[in-house]
Write a protein that binds this ligand. Structure first.
Ligand code: ZN
Length: 346
């Protein structure tokens, strides 16, 4: 079967499960925020900002990401960030998105948890009304910050737990294993929240981190997690438990250039449940969902059937009620039927 066409990918109904809201900050919005808050970046052009981007590993990416985070101050700033992402996602036929946010990067600068979450929630509501896209929030803990800080953040989040569907773990993995956060993840599970965590590519002790995530911390998904391919016992476990993997083609390529060609095909061949996602599109040359799927297709020669499966995996892995899930799956089936008719007519 031929690889999927661009038009097929563009029209495919999609769900996104791995996107960091702070990582969706585009240069244009950076300048608006800088003007609003009197930051020196206001004198730069979008091209200047883009030209300063470049990363080759996790720490060099995080340095960029943290710099951008500093521009977010007010409830309106968080609203604008989230609204811009959801508008873009909806334009790419993303029907549903679970979005990571990093409250500690803001509360440690003296911004109230409430300011952050109020802006994001107002944007979610407006985007659903204006563009029809549904979304939920997944609160991430910053792994190079202390376990105590994560605990305090979870405590601050208590009044807003009905607005948060799950917790995650992101940022600098080196020396910061999932086990460091065992207690706060237990609290989250006990509170009825879902659990996921990053196991980035080629990190120190990656196999042990993947093992802890799956066996000790009750992670329901793995964000990235590609090094599982080197460990048959973990791979078998992930396959048997149908653990969804949130694969992100752009950062994978930046860190391991053969990744989309080899790893995506290897994950599929191993019978794992994969999804395709953008990660931090504001910093990744405008690679949102559609572009990420095209990158995956170009690397792994994904067929329309395989992309339908990948989209179905994402809707099945979403932390939503069964009724809502069924509406998305029906739209996907409808799309598949129409795509099949178009294919046979040409
Ligand atoms: Zn990520």
């Amino acid at each position: 079967m031929m690889p999927a066409s661009d038009t097929f990918i563009e029209a495919l109904p999609k769900a996104e499960l791995h996107v960091h809201l702070e990582g969706t900050l585009e240069p244009g919005l950076k300048i608006i925020l800088a003007r609003r808050n009197g930051h020196p970046l206001q004198d730069m052009t979008e091209d200047d900002i883009r030209a300063s981007y470049g990363f080759h590993d996790l720490p060099s990416f995080l340095a960029l990401y943290y710099e951008g985070v500093e521009l977010l101050h007010t409830e309106q700033d968080f609203y604008d960030l989230c609204h811009a992402y959801l508008k873009k996602a909806a334009s790419q036929n993303v029907l549903y998105s679970e979005m990571f946010f990093d409250p500690q990067l803001h509360t440690r600068r003296g911004i109230a948890f409430e300011t952050v979450i109020s802006g994001l929630n107002r944007a979610r509501k407006d985007a659903q009304r204006d563009f029809g896209i549904r979304s939920q929030l997944v609160m991430c803990f910053i792994r190079e910050m202390s376990a105590q800080s994560a605990e305090e953040t979870f405590t601050q989040a208590q009044p807003y737990l009905s607005d948060i569907v799950g917790v995650g773990l992101d940022s600098d993995e080196k020396g910061n294993p999932p086990a460091k956060f065992a207690n706060v993840f237990k609290r989250a599970r006990d509170a009825g929240l879902h659990v996921t965590m990053h196991c980035d590519i080629d990190q120190e002790n990656t196999h042990e981190h993947i093992r802890q995530a799956l066996e000790d911390l009750g992670s329901e998904r793995l964000d990235h997690g590609l090094n599982i391919l080197e460990k048959p016992d973990l791979l078998r476990q992930a396959r048997e438990r149908h653990i969804p993997f949130t694969v992100c083609p752009f950062p994978n390529m930046a860190i391991r250039p053969s990744s989309n060609e080899k790893d995506i095909r290897a994950l599929l061949d191993a019978g794992l449940t994969i999804t395709i996602n953008s990660d931090d599109p504001g910093y990744m040359q405008g690679v949102y969902m559609t572009e990420a799927m095209k990158m995956a297709r170009d690397g792994a020669h994904l067929t329309p059937d395989e992309l339908l499966t990948i989209s179905r995996n994402a809707f099945n892995a979403a932390w939503i009620g069964e009724e809502e899930r069924q509406t998305y799956l029906d739209r996907l089936d409808d799309f598949a039927r129409k795509a099949g008719m178009m294919a046979s007519a040409t």
